[in-house]
Design a protein around this ligand. Sequence first.
Ligand SMILES: Nc1ncnc2c1ncn2[C@@H]1O[C@H](COP(=O)(O)OP(=O)(O)OP(=O)(O)O)[C@@H](O)[C@H]1O
Length: 338
Amino acid sequence: MIDIQNVVKRFKSNKQEITAVDHVSLSIKKGEIFGVIGYSGAGKSTLIRMINLLETPTEGKVILDGTDLSALSTKALRQKRQKIGMIFQHFNLLWSRTVKENIMFPLEIAGVPKAKREQRAQELIRLVELDGKEDQYPSQLSGGQKQRVGIARALANDPHVLLCDEATSALDPKTTDSILDLLKEINRRLGLTIVLITHEMHVIRKICDRVAVMEGGRVVEVGDVTDIFQRPQQEITKRFVQQVTKSDEILSAAADWQVDQGWVVECRFMGEVAGKPVISQLIRQFDIEVNILQGKISRLKDSSYGTLVIQVTGEEAEIKRAIGHLKSLGVGVEVLAS
Ligand SMILES: Nc1ncnc2c1ncn2[C@@H]1O[C@H](COP(=O)(O)OP(=O)(O)OP(=O)(O)O)[C@@H](O)[C@H]1O
């Protein structure tokens, strides 16, 4: 659906050259929610803006539904862009227009007749649950409601792809969740492909099917969200996963855990193994004691993921055997202190 092929973007400023995106290749499937995560300056915005050619790649190609975007004439590109909706961190609404007028604006540009525009705007207002707000101005709306207008406007021309540029970064956690639920619902109902960029693993965890991790302009890791949570490879990915799997209490307690007694071990459960009485079996099978220090269950888009921090005491060789057994069951194990 979206093929990003060896894309590079360099910016020249003050005689300096910055490589914002450095040889990135990604293949995004039709109907999936694909997330790109990275810290500030990683190149996420530049990358997502190359998907609709708001930024032109210095090298490489972006192929959308089989069409090389950079090979299109200005007119053909404008038409193609109507099928790529975009929403932004700061909503980018027209402040002098009402909710309905904002939503009708892209239809006006596309030359859709007035009656049809009105009808479509009403449908979209219902979809994003803004009934009753159609004649209000953006300044009269909450942040979440403004983003709902942004989403409705982005969907006006029935796009195949929705690009989300840090769409929830300006919102509080509860509103963030309601906007993420809406995006998930739109993806499910309309089969829309969604590409989002974020610096929050919570966003990836809640709605994405796959994720790419960016650092210094490069994609350093890519995979299914469930796999990335279970087996993060790169240091940066591990840090992002920790954002949601390790509570602040675990992180601060980790510094204090004493090593004088046994080992402190973090176990990560996902899928089938999460439903099994693994710890009670462990105590029965091995000559060890287990003390539960912390536990947390996180919901992913379609599954759940649990972390449990335990203190294991006993003979070192027996602890090692018990840990080996946990690993053989598919439990992710990390020794935090020994
Ligand atoms: N128009 C531009 N001119 C010059 N440098 C730019 C331009 N746009 C981005 N950059 C630089 O490219 C690098 C990547 O920026 P980009 O905005 O894509 O990163 P990001 O991951 O989206 O970060 P943030 O979340 O802070 O926006 C940064 O070093 C940035 O300063």
